[in-house]
Design a protein around this ligand. Structure first.
Ligand SMILES: Cc1ncc(C[n+]2csc(CCOP(=O)(O)OP(=O)(O)O)c2C)c(N)n1
Length: 276
């Protein structure tokens, strides 16, 4: 895909996120999903080797959305890619739907790991990457983490051991939007200096603007081709990115838009789509 096509796809995914937030059975997490939307788009539409008609293909690249509450963006990416019908998106959180409020690998085609309990994704990804190394499999494992999520101790156990094991088929992306559910990461429990922490544990560290599609794609390509160490991409992002009144406003961490808010958000995204 061209960068322009990727930007158009990200805009479509953003519109799905807002549609889901408005129509889901209960509050979903629009701002966390908008925050990592460009990263998820680049992964599914440019970087990852997957087969929508064969979701359990053994050699596929894996994605673990460790900040599982942001799942509307992954559901939208999977549906638009053909893993399941787009109409299913509006059944999210409804009884009997295969789309739950957090990702469930046993229910949704294309979901590689169940998540939602923060902190677990990197160690699960490490296990998948280690299995691939030991069995001469070529697939890559991608893990998307929240910056607040980094406060979970198990993240750092996995960072230490993956670095020591030199798992260069493991790529972590930190969605660094400076907010967690109850406020600012810096005020609640600061995680800086982030780069030094990962480097000290043996990781290759890249830093990018997590909404610049060129930067995202090129950093992911560097990471995929990097040998000898796992890579972490520190992606500077904005929570709620793409909808003016959701950006930097943490009340949109988990919330249902009103009729007027829904219309305003969709108008903004449709206006953006016309310029792409
Ligand atoms: C183990 C665990 N504790 C608490 C929660 C509740 N929770 C859901 S989202 C969230 C904040 C996550 O913040 P961050 O990782 O920065 O993600 P983002 O701000 O991008 O949504 C919390 C504490 C959870 N899902 N899992």
């Amino acid at each position: 895909m061209t960068i322009q096509d990727l930007k158009r796809t990200a805009n479509q995914l953003r519109r799905d996120i807002i549609e889901i937030a408005y129509k889901a059975n209960g509050p979903s997490h629009p701002a966390p999903a908008l925050s990592c939307c460009d990263i998820v788009t680049a992964l599914y539409y440019e970087i990852m080797n997957v087969r929508p008609k064969e979701p359990n293909w053994p050699d596929r690249d894996r994605l673990i959305l460790s900040k599982g509450h942001a799942c509307p963006v992954v559901y939208s990416a999977l549906a638009r890619k053909g893993f399941f019908p787009v109409e299913d998106l509006m059944t999210i959180r409804h009884t009997g739907s295969h789309l739950q409020g957090h990702p469930d690998m046993k229910k949704t085609p294309g979901i590689d790991m169940t998540s939602g309990s923060l902190g677990n994704g990197l160690s699960l990804g490490e296990g998948m990457a280690l299995y691939a190394k030991r069995n001469r499999k070529k697939y890559q494992v991608f893990v998307i983490l929240g910056d607040g999520e980094l406060q979970e101790g198990v993240v750092w156990e996995a960072a230490i051991s993956s670095g020591a094991l030199k798992l260069d088929n493991l790529i972590a992306v930190v969605d660094y939007n400076h907010l967690q559910s109850c406020g600012s990461v810096e005020e609640i429990l600061p995680m800086e200096p982030l780069r030094n922490k990962w480097e000290d544990f043996g990781w290759n560290v890249l830093a990018i603007n997590g909404h610049n599609m060129e930067e995202i794609v090129s950093a992911l390509q560097v990471a995929v081709n990097y040998s000898g160490r796992p890579t972490v991409i520190i992606a500077h992002t904005v929570k709620g990115k793409g909808v003016s009144f959701m950006e930097h406003d943490n009340s949109w961490h988990q919330r249902i838009p009103s009729d007027a808010q829904y219309i305003k958000a969709m108008c903004e995204l449709e206006a953006e789509a016309k310029c792409l």
